[in-house]
Write a protein of this length. Sequence first.
Length: 416
Amino acid sequence: MRKKIIVLETSDVGARYTGLAIRQLGFEPLFLLSSLNQYQADTRRQLMEFEVLECGNTNDSTIIDQALADLPSDTIEAVVTLLDSRIAVAQQAATKLGVRGLDPALARISEKAGVAALIPEYSPRSITMVAGDDLSSALSALADVHQLIVKPSRGAGALGYAEFSPQQNHVDLIQQHITEQAAALGVDTFLIQEKLNGKLVSLEGYVTEGICHFLGFSLRKKIRKTESANLFPGDRHLSQTARDTAKEAVTTLVARSGFRQGYFHSEFLVDEHSTRLIDANVGRIAGAAVSEQMAIALGIDPVTLFAHVIGIGCLGVTQPLPAQTPQETLSIFYGVARKEKFEGIVLPKAWSLRHTQLLDEQTEIPAMGGDNWAWLGLASGTSQQVLEQIDQIQVITQQGTTSPHYLEAGQTLTDW
């Protein structure tokens, strides 16, 4: 009988790819979820193709231990996750079971505060606060900053993110935000940083035996707080200095942290003066449809890429991906321009993109702009395919038929 690899939750496009990748590696997947019903549409349908165990709360290591207690430890090979928010509990579960898990260095560098402390020369000015702490004296270190951002030290998708301009009562407003988000998200540590402007880019790659392998840069577009399009590779749109600085930052982080094995999706803000790391995202491949898009760019099946991610992340695989020049690709994370009740998606007959529907029909969809939970669907393909086909999608709502919303006024998919 094949041993199991336990997977805590899943990324938006990753359910089927993860399950098939684990089988390709010679194991059986077991998805440990808070609840299957927290997923909708294609993601839920894909999860149902594999063994699923629901435990109520995969943020709680005690509940996870209880859920896995009835599984003989000799039937489990490893515990993994592809989500930032579950890295710590996945590591704890693997240690408790005495099985393979993610790189131990991630205990520190999967948190934004840990990264900022390790490589301050590549990070925005910042302070770390725990919910309940008095902010007044701590914020004096950022007294000359024109605008601040506050975000959980561990998390993704813009949950818990807010911006504050200095004003008479901004300390009270930040304190209130941290208190509210700590209760809502179940987190207690927050990062307060200077807000930087610039182009949002990500350096994609992986580490084997402490050596960085760079796959290329992703460039993204956003509708306010919602990411909505990604170009990979986008290296030609960045200066050599920006590319070199980003690679130096990740290489320095890997060296100082002792990180040995795993993927990264490290986010930077780049302008003509600086390149600053804002989120290291170490220990996982990119989310949304970017992982799928990367496979298309590299000319490999997404299942093969996910097998490489899992093999490097927890099975000690050190073999690199075949070296090749990636083709240019786009992925689109679309929704609607205003709050709508969603009734269906119609894809065109001449359709060659990969597509994942994230929400069920009859669901009320928030307008794009609040966070990444406004996504209705994800599509990816070569740049030419996406440019030709993406606007042919029909989104049917209670108010009628509309096009997918993924660009703000004035934005285009050809200007990066």
